[in-house]
Design a protein around this ligand. Structure first.
Ligand code: B1M
Length: 199
């Protein structure tokens, strides 16, 4: 219902009752956003309700973040991640970044509405093994193909593996634009990235 104070309180209570943080994310926070999306589609919710719900989830993720990270993990690869140009959806990308960090990747999160040029610059700057792009809108998905083109034009496509994800993105789309992989969720992204960094 978009009540961020109450959501954070419920997350804390669940943790006190020994609930698993990943389970809180999957069965609670992520599931709630699907309901919010459905209500938006049916005209019951409007943008303010989506924003309030997003704020409640974001604040809850801040509470869960330290628990999703394993401080003893050794760095197994460098990932640059961001949401593509024109798209300001942040939550899924943040979650995937947190899961990857928890699995031992060094993650640089470029934020939202990231242009192809910024992705290319960041890959060079951070010597990234993997570039991860997220898109939640069908209209912004072409930004993924544009970024792959920009990596090719910059002559660095062979140096970095590209993975894509987000609700409208599919394996078929990933194959079509020449990405190296598609992850349906945080867990899939971890498996994929682990596979891609094995030399
Ligand atoms: Co937006 N929105 N929204 N929205 N919004 C959707 C995506 C939508 C499906 C809602 C709907 O109509 N049912 C729809 C898109 C329709 C389409 O393109 N076909 C939509 C729309 C239309 C819009 C606007 C255009 C509305 C308008 O202005 N008229 C507008 C666009 C703004 C813009 O980006 N330019 C807009 C705005 C917003 C808010 C700003 C209000 C807010 C975002 C706030 C924020 O992120 N800080 C918002 C929200 C919250 C949503 C919904 C309700 C929830 C998204 C979310 O956070 N999900 C969403 C409905 C839905 O998705 N069912 C909707 C939870 C999150 C954990 O899941 O992001 O899917 P998700 O991430 C998952 C996987 O997809 C995957 O792993 C994650 C974790 O499991 N994944 C990856 C994601 N990225 C990955 C990257 C990877 C691998 C896996 O590798 C790199």
């Amino acid at each position: 219902e978009g009540d961020d104070e109450r959501t954070v309180q419920l997350v804390r209570e669940a943790l006190e009752q020994n609930a698993n943080p990943t389970e809180i994310v999957d069965s609670g926070l992520r599931a709630s956003m699907i309901i919010v999306g459905d209500k938006f589609s049916s005209g019951e919710f409007f943008i303010p309700e989506m924003l309030f719900a997003a704020r409640a989830v974001t604040r809850s993720l801040d509470v869960l973040r330290p628990l999703l990270l394993d401080s003893d993990a050794i760095t197994i690869g460098r990932v640059v991640i961001g949401t593509v140009a024109g798209d300001i959806h942040d939550i899924g990308k943040r979650l995937v970044g947190m899961f990857l960090e928890g699995a031992g990747f060094e993650v640089t999160d470029l934020g939202t509405s990231v242009s192809a040029e910024r992705f290319v610059t960041a890959v060079k700057e951070h010597h990234s093994d993997i570039l991860g792009m997220s898109a939640l809108l069908t209209t912004t998905m072409p930004g993924m193909a544009a970024t792959i083109q920009a990596l090719e034009s910059a002559g660095i496509r062979h140096q970095v593996k590209v993975i894509v994800g987000g609700a409208p993105v599919t394996q078929h789309f990933a194959d079509r634009i020449g990405a190296d992989g598609y992850g349906a969720d945080g867990g899939a992204a971890i498996k994929l990235c682990r596979k891609l960094v094995v030399k």
